[in-house]
Design a protein. Structure first.
Length: 322
């Protein structure tokens, strides 16, 4: 293997640059040429490839976003789109790929390998932490800390006014971000897609908090935790109880900013592991970190298996909200 490609795909996540840097530097150290593919599968289809050397990735470790840009490509979902992408990779002499992204990106990489025999390795890059095969995904820790900072600020004003706040965090269909920030932010209620909530029960917990002398209540709502997210749940609670919650949707601020040390280190390890896997002749695998060790999981399994939230943590959160 002489030349490999690296790209980021799907939603950007803080730490993606650290992973790209690790792919480039580990690859070059092993005698490989590395090319960056810009804008994910869109750039693969358009042939937007650039050579990357160690200096090209200098000063990127601490930056949010992705220096290679990203996209959610519709064309790549078609066999024709994938054929164009594969032809461009062949013309450029790319013999293996490291795909940094979430489950949609993994599915695309798998198809590319199955249909066009291009070796691919996935590295989990998504703030959602919903990828099987790694305890944590690149970007999750940063997103959690950004959301937590916001929740701490909201708690100040909520307590000053004796108010109830519903705060929506990202995570798509998964509640990892909500659970983590809910515990760290001392939320009275955490609403997860993994455990649908009854608005009347939610209202009762809030009323009970107030009876117990709490001056504020924070309800952390995963965006997939209730139809209409935090706004939908706030309206349902208001209708049933007369409580008038304030709603804050944190949105994309959770995806921006400088990655935490944990994300930088995780991304560095996983980027390097991606190159090592390709060099070792592995294909169709996802690299991950499990119990602080690098682990490889077949991509097929990574996209099929559902990663569950930690139920013990969830129970703990309920006890600590007493
Ligand atoms: O997968 C990452 C994520 O930020 C999800 O948490 C969220 O549901 C989605 O992407 C938002 O996607 P977009 O940036 O395309 O609106």
């Amino acid at each position: 293997m002489k030349r490999i490609g690296v790209f980021t795909s799907g939603g950007d996540a803080p730490g993606m640059n650290a992973a790209i840097r690790a792919v480039v530097r580990t690859g070059v150290a092993a005698g490989l040429e590395v090319v960056g593919i810009r804008s994910g599968y869109e750039g693969m289809i358009a042939g937007d490839l650039i050579p990357l050397g160690p200096r090209d990735v200098a000063n990127t470790l601490q930056r949010g976003g992705t220096m290679l840009f990203t996209a959610r490509s519709k064309e790549f979902l078609t066999p024709e789109g994938r054929a164009k992408a594969a032809a461009n990779l062949r013309t450029a002499g790319v013999e293996g790929l490291v795909c940094i992204g979430g489950d949609g990106s993994y599915r695309g990489a798998l198809k590319l390998m199955q249909e066009h025999d291009i070796p691919v390795v996935g590295a989990p890059g998504t703030i959602d932490n919903d990828l099987y095969g790694s305890d944590y995904t690149i970007g999750f820790d940063t997103a959690v800390n950004i959301a937590l900072d916001a929740i701490d600020r909201i708690r100040d004003t909520a307590a000053s006014h004796s108010r109830v706040f519903f705060i929506e965090v990202m995570g798509r269909h998964a509640g990892f971000i909500a659970l983590e920030v809910g515990i760290a932010g001392g939320a009275e209620v955490i609403v997860l897609p993994e455990d649908p909530v009854d608005p009347s029960v939610c209202a009762e917990v809030i009323r009970d908090s107030s009876r117990k002398g709490k001056r504020s209540s924070i309800v952390v709502v995963a965006e997939g935790g209730y139809p209409g997210g935090a706004q939908g749940l706030a309206e349902a609670v208001k209708t049933r109880s007369g409580i008038e919650p304030k709603v804050t949707v944190l949105g994309h601020i959770q995806r921006g900013g400088s990655p935490t040390a944990m994300d930088r280190v995780l991304a560095s390890r996983l980027g390097a592991a991606g190159v090592e896997a390709l060099l070792a002749g592995k294909r169709g695998v996802a690299v991950g970190q499990i119990n602080d060790e690098i682990a490889l999981t077949p991509l097929e399994e990574a996209v099929q298996q559902r990663k569950d939230i930690n139920r013990l943590k969830y129970k703990l959160a309920q006890v600590l909200a007493l």
